[in-house]
Design a protein around this ligand. Structure first.
Ligand code: WA2
Length: 285
């Protein structure tokens, strides 16, 4: 009989965990598809029309009104590829200088207005944000290639043509760990089987752009789990397990081991990153 109860408990935990993992994964996938479509929409109206049929006001309004289509995201932004030879003209045209992303210790001594950021040091190319959803307006004019995680994402996005994810890191002006999703939009239409060289080639020149979405994981997973009346029953943790020997906690507190554990895998659509949901009962039987 005891064995039967244990099996039943294991089964209940597995079902609850798998259901939550599937919900999180589905919502992630839905917003990823919308971010992809947004990347194409913006590039169509910004670069496909002369003069551009989109500006910050239009981008801000459109992204705010369609935010419901991107559950779990805290904001979207649009950045351009600017070569060093184009920098002066670009800065004159926009009326601001390209800024360097501040590091965490600089955040402590400075206030966060972008006017107070340092100009980006000289490099071959930059990726300044020109449009943003109101919720992430603090990243406008910042060179996203001056942040290590964002830089790696931009390079991988334009080499693969797929949506790519960073590992969890502390986003600007946020107190939690989050992840950034990046899509690159190319100058020319590329065949789906284009090589990384062809893809990188197609990003040469002024007309390359990146659309990124930031995910404030803890508050957003919290919101999702809140919709399910289970918070009294189970404890959920989400990890980035890309490096299996050093998992990074993305959601949930360190909890006392109450015995039974179920691990559900999560697929966020980037084959380079691995994620897991861990579930436990709050109380011992
Ligand atoms: N968006 C919001 N907060 C951030 C951040 C980011 N990146 N990086 C650090 N904190 C415009 O990949 C291009 C968004 C980057 C896209």
């Amino acid at each position: 009989l005891n064995q039967k109860i244990i099996l039943r408990r294991e089964h209940t935990l597995a079902n609850m965990c798998d259901e939550r993992a599937r919900m999180l994964q589905d919502q992630f996938n839905v917003s990823m598809n919308h971010v992809h479509a947004l990347a194409i929409l913006v590039s169509t109206f910004h670069h496909g029309k002369h003069p551009s049929a989109i500006d910050q006001k239009t981008f801000g309004e459109y992204t705010e009104r369609t935010a419901f289509e991107r559950p779990l995201t805290s904001g979207v932004a649009y950045a351009l590829k600017v070569l060093h030879s184009e920098r002066e003209q670009f800065e004159k045209q926009h009326g601001w200088t390209i800024k360097k992303m501040e590091t965490e210790d600089q955040t402590l001594v400075q206030d966060c207005r972008t006017e107070n950021l340092d100009p980006a040091p000289i490099k071959d190319e930059y990726a300044p944000v020109i449009f943003s959803q109101e919720t992430v307006s603090h990243i406008v004019s910042i060179d996203m290639m001056s942040g290590q995680q964002d830089l790696e994402n931009i390079l991988r996005a334009r080499a693969t043509g797929k949506g790519v994810l960073t590992s969890p890191f502390k986003l600007l002006k946020s107190n939690h760990l989050g992840v950034v999703l990046t899509f690159a939009v190319y100058n020319k239409d590329l065949p789906p089987d284009a090589t990384p060289e062809q893809r990188t080639e197609a990003t040469v020149g002024f007309n390359c752009r990146y659309l990124g979405a930031s995910y404030d994981v803890p508050s957003l997973v919290e919101k999702l789990l809140h919709q399910l009346a289970s918070k009294q029953t189970i404890v959920v943790n989400v990890y980035d397990t890309t490096n299996a020997s050093a998992p990074i906690s993305m959601y949930g507190a360190d909890i006392a081991d109450t015995g039974l554990l179920h691990v559900s895998s999560l697929d966020f659509g980037d084959p380079l990153r691995k994620h897991e949901m861990h579930c436990r009962f709050k109380q011992k039987p």
